[in-house]
Design a protein around this ligand. Sequence first.
Ligand code: UDX
Length: 473
Amino acid sequence: MRMISVIGTGYVGLVTGTCLADMGNTVTCIDIDEEKIAKLQRGECPIYEPGLSDLLARNIEAERLTFTTDYAEGLRDAEIIFIAVNTPTTPDGSADMRFVRAAAQSIAEHLDHDAIIVNKSTMPVGSGDLVTEIIRAHLAHPDVQFAVVSNPEFLAQGTAVADFQRPDRIVLGSTDRDAASRVAELYLPLRAPIMMTDLYTAEMIKYASNAFLATKISFINEMARICERLGADIKEVAAGMSYDHRIGKYHLEAGVGFGGSCFGKDVTALAHMASEAGLHPQMLTAVLEINHDQRMAIVEKVATLLGSLRGATIGVLGLAFKPNTDDMRDAPAIDIIHALTAQGALVQAYDPVARETGRAAIGDYHVTYCADAYAAATGADALIIVTHWNEFKALSPAKLKDLMRRPIIVDGRNIYQPEAMMKAGFIYRGVGRGGAALNDEASASVAPAKARPAMQARALRKPVDRPYARPKS
Ligand code: UDX
């Protein structure tokens, strides 16, 4: 069992530290955020991640997992030090390495014994060299020996603990084989394939993997647009494609596009690296453009069905960038809700766990945050599904229809069966669901609006006109 330090208690750092402790190692997590560390010392999990709270409590209790803001204390006796700080996007698209640089410098200033430094955060190709240089330049004890290993993390939010415990592969890149082998030993109990490469290649594997997954999503979203125009159904198209094992079934769900802390950031950073290297990353640029358009397409769909969004009340189900997390980083809901309110709509939003993080990311301008999905639907002229939380699949269509002012559902995640929703009396639009799903364009514009209940009328702050599209003659 090893003595380990993990710097950074975000998703990657906290999950890595907790899971390594659960494997029997002694782990100290270091973060400069005093409030967060105080919370963690009390055993409170600062993020919503299934399974993490229990694991955290168990390992704190077993005294294998501790938290500190003090580098000297946190690095004491550490054999392996993970850098898991975040690398956000800068305005020019490159990765912001401020936190990595600061972590590397702090390690150098406090390390008084030999250790292996592991780059766990997603860092631009060449960062292994950068960290080596910074540590070498600032070593307080120049006789200390160290090696840098790149060990990118592939966990996804919402399934982070399971992803750590059952990884598809472990990638280790270093110029020091011996150091990489010692890090590999940590992961042996997980029985995953372990791949050893040079530093640059390991760093690139992470970017290429995320870029490929993002490409799959933008690809299927482009196919969805074509399906809509040509009358095919993207869900069946994707299912038909997925039987080919060369294609596979994952990340082929059409919808409002990808969000989260990784895909947008990493594709942007990779495109930036390519441009800096004199290349023209056409595919990566297209992936980002398609993703942006996909968010706006959902707003256009609602606007088309209603004729105008001005004064309309729109229910939005789901704020987090994906289910089973409260994370709002680059969540499609932010752009979608801002576009709706910019066009004069009032939004009634609901998310099972991202209510507060959602409010912080989106704000209150023309947005009400509701206590449940039915409240978000009450008096709505249309309902948009933005995140595919399981509980939305179990909503009663009859109840929704009763509560809504107009029976219009725009399903940005294709969670409902078009036929079932149409049978229930809804004007239903999914993403890429041509054919049967395109029920009678005219009926959308003639869907009779119910008389506005008094409560709903009050919710509208000023009188507004509602120029719904007129029925086609
Ligand atoms: C991703 C990678 O999956 C993970 O390996 C990497 O380490 C970090 O980035 P994450 O961002 O947590 O993980 O979630 P992921 O499940 O990949 O979803 C990202 C976004 O794509 C979400 O907004 C999700 O809703 C969307 N998505 C995913 C689709 O729109 N369609 C799909 O088929 C899959």
